[in-house]
Write a new protein. Structure first.
Length: 544
C-alpha cells in the first residue's frame, strides 16, 4: 500500500503498475482474493492505458492465474485468449513459457486434454532451451496432471517420475509434495498400491515440513483412496478422519484471517470515526465563534471559508458512516460463512458416521445370513455315506462358521450386547479341542502342534470364546508356517496370580509396528503381499 502511495505521488506509472501487482500478490498470499483481484485489474488497466505490452502480459497472467486458482477456468481462458497475441509479440521467453503453461492449465480444467498437453509441452520446450530448471519441474508436474485427468496413468507416472528425478526435495518442498501426490494417484490408477502408499506418505511428510494444511489434506485424501482400493477400511477410516482434521484446521485458519481482517478494518474505521466526531465538535465550536464574529462585523470571506470547511467535514462524516455500514455488512458476511462452513463440517462428520454404520450393518447382515447355510453344510458332513469326503467338508464348514462367529461377536462387543459365561475350564482340554478343529489344516502342511500347557491348569473363562481365540491363533500360525515346521502352546505363571499362555510358530514373525495393530479390526499383516491366504482380519479384535 505504501508503494502505491509513493508511486502515485511521484507520478511514476511503471512503478505504480508494479506496486498494484505486488500488492495483489500480497493480498493473494494472505487469502484476500477479492482485494488481490482488484489490484491485479488496476495494474492491468493502467498497463493498457500506458500501452506497456510487457506489463499487459503480466497483468493478464495474474488475473487468469487467480481465476484458475479460484476454480473459474472459463474466465481464466478468456483473459489468456486476450494475452495470446501479446505474448507472441513481446518476444520474451519467460512470458511466453509462463503463458503456454497457464494456457495448458486452463485447457486441462476445461477438459480439452490434447490441446492442454501441446501447450504445456510448448512451455517445457522453451524452459529447456532457456535452462529454466524450476520451470521444467513445474511443467513435468503439469504434464502429469494433464495425463492423469485424461485417464492415462502410465504417461502420468512417467512425467511425475521424471520431475522427481530432477527435483531435489530441499529445492522446493511444496512442489515436491505436489509431485509425489500426483505420482501416488497415478500408481493408484495402475493398481500399484504399495508404491502408491509410499509416495502418498512422502507427499504428506513434505506438506507437514512446510506446514501446508491444504497439501496435507490433499495427500491424506489420496492415501484414503489407496487404502479403500486395498480394502483396508481401517486405514481408510483413519485417513478420512485426518482429512476432516485438516479441513477443520483450514477452516479455523480462514476464520482467523477473516477475523483479523475484520478487526483491523473495524478498528481503523472506528478510529477515523472518532476523529471525525472530534472534528465535528471542533467545527461546531468554530461555528459558534464565527457567529459571534459575524455579529462583531468580521468579513464575509471568513464566513465563506468556515462554511466551506463545515460542508467538507459533513461530507467526510457521511463517508465514515458509509464505511461503518460496509464493515457491518462484512461482519454479517463473515458470520454467514462461519455458519456455512460449520454446517459443511457437520455434514462431513455425519457422512463418515453413516459410512461406518453402513459397513457394520452390512457385515452383520452377511454374517448372520451365512450361519444357517453353514449349519446345513455341517449337518450334511455327518452323513456316513460321504466316507472320506466328510472330514474335509466338516473342517471347511467349521472354519467358515468360526469366521462368521468372529464377525458377529466383534459387533456384539462394540454394541455391548455379548454376555460372557464364565465357568472353570481346563486350558489343556480347550487347546486339545482347538487342535481337533484345525487338524485338517495341520495335515495339509505336515505341521506338528505341541500342547505343552500344564495339565492341571484351570481358569475361569467363557469356553466358546477361549476356544475361538485358540483356533484363531492356530490358523494364523498355520498360515505363516512352512511345510514340516512345528507350532507350540506353552503356559507359565504370570504376575498377580495370572497365567501366560503362548502360541509360537517358526514363521517370519511381525515387526514392532505390525504388533501394535494385531487387535485392530480388519487389520491384516501383509498377508496379501506375501501371497498367503486371505482372512477377515478380525481374529483377535474381540480379545480386548
Amino acid at each position: 500500500m505504501q508503494a502505491v502511495t509513493a508511486a502515485t505521488e511521484q507520478g511514476d506509472m511503471l512503478a505504480l503498475i508494479n506496486a498494484y501487482n505486488f500488492t495483489g500478490v500480497a493480498f493473494r498470499n494472505m487469502g484476500y482474493y477479492e482485494d488481490a483481484m482488484d489490484y491485479y485489474l488496476m495494474g492491468l488497466e493502467l498497463a493498457l492505458e500506458e500501452k506497456n505490452l510487457k506489463q499487459q502480459c503480466y497483468g493478464y497472467m495474474n488475473v487468469a492465474n487467480l481465476n484458475l486458482y479460484l476454480g473459474k477456468p472459463n474466465e481464466a481462458f478468456a483473459y489468456l485468449e486476450e494475452l495470446k497475441p501479446l505474448a507472441q509479440q513481446v518476444e520474451d521467453d519467460n512470458i511466453l513459457g509462463y503463458f503456454y503453461l497457464n494456457y495448458g492449465r486452463a485447457l486441462n480444467a476445461l477438459g480439452r486434454y490434447e490441446e492442454a498437453l501441446e501447450s504445456v509441452e510448448a512451455s517445457l520446450d522453451i524452459r529447456i532451451r532457456t535452462n529454466n530448471y524450476r520451470g521444467q519441474y513445474v511443467n513435468r508436474k503439469d504434464l502429469g496432471n494433464v495425463y492423469l485427468a485424461w485417464g492415462k496413468p502410465e504417461q502420468a507416472r512417467q512425467s511425475y517420475e521424471e520431475g522427481l528425478e530432477l527435483l531435489k526435495k530441499d529445492d522446493d518442498i511444496d512442489l515436491y509434495s505436489q509431485m509425489a501426490k500426483g505420482l501416488a494417484k497415478a500408481l493408484l490408477q495402475l493398481g500399484l498400491y504399495d508404491q502408491a502408499i509410499g509416495y502418498g506418505q512422502l507427499s504428506l511428510e513434505a506438506a507437514d515440513e512446510v506446514n501446508s494444511l491444504s497439501r496435507a489434506k490433499e495427500a491424506t485424501e489420496t492415501l484414503a483412496d489407496i487404502a479403500n482400493a486395498q480394502e483396508d477400511y481401517k486405514a481408510a477410516e483413519r485417513y478420512l478422519q485426518m482429512v476432516v482434521d485438516y479441513s477443520n484446521q483450514l477452516y479455523t485458519k480462514d476464520l482467523n484471517l477473516l477475523s483479523e481482517r475484520y478487526s483491523f478494518q473495524l478498528e481503523a474505521t472506528e478510529l477515523e470515526y472518532q476523529k471525525a466526531q472530534q472534528a465535528i465538535a471542533f467545527e461546531a465550536e468554530k461555528k459558534r465563534i464565527f457567529q459571534l464574529a459575524v455579529t462583531g462585523g468580521i468579513s464575509v470571506f471568513v464566513l465563506i471559508y468556515f462554511g466551506y470547511r463545515y460542508l467538507s467535514q459533513r461530507r467526510r462524516n457521511e463517508l465514515q458512516l458509509q464505511r461503518l455500514a460496509m464493515v457491518e455488512e462484512q461482519r454479517n458476511i463473515l458470520e454467514l460463512k462461519v455458519a456455512e462452513r460449520t454446517q459443511e463440517l457437520a455434514d462431513k462428520n455425519e457422512a463418515l458416521h453413516r459410512l461406518g454404520q453402513y459397513k457394520e450393518d452390512l457385515t452383520h447382515m452377511i454374517a448372520h445370513d451365512l450361519k444357517n447355510p453353514l449349519n446345513i453344510i455341517l449337518g450334511v458332513s455327518e452323513d456316513p455315506n460321504l466316507g472320506g469326503k466328510a472330514q474335509p467338508l466338516k473342517q471347511a464348514g467349521q472354519t467358515m462358521l468360526q469366521m462368521v462367529g468372529n464377525m458377529l461377536d466383534v459387533q456384539k462387543f462394540e454394541e455391548a450386547q455379548l454376555e460372557l459365561m464364565y465357568t472353570p475350564l481346563s486350558v489343556w482340554n480347550v487347546v486339545k479341542k482347538a487342535v481337533v478343529q484345525v487338524e485338517l489344516l495341520l495335515r495339509g502342511k505336515s505341521l506338528t502342534l505341541l500342547n505343552q500347557v500344564a495339565p492341571d491348569l484351570v481358569v475361569r473363562a467363557d469356553e466358546e470364546i477361549l476356544l475361538r481365540i485358540f483356533m484363531n491363533l492356530f490358523t494364523n500360525a498355520i498360515k505363516y508356517s512352512e511345510m514340516g515346521q512345528s507350532i507350540t502352546v506353552t503356559s507359565a505363571p504370570g504376575p498377580e496370580g495370572r497365567w501366560q499362555i503362548s502360541v509360537s510358530d517358526m514363521g517370519a514373525g511381525m515387526s514392532e509396528e505390525q504388533a501394535t495393530h494385531v487387535f485392530d479390526k480388519y487389520y491384516q499383516a501383509a498377508a496379501r503381499k506375501s501371497g498367503k491366504a486371505r482372512s477377515t482380519g478380525l481374529g483377535l479384535t474381540f480379545c480386548l
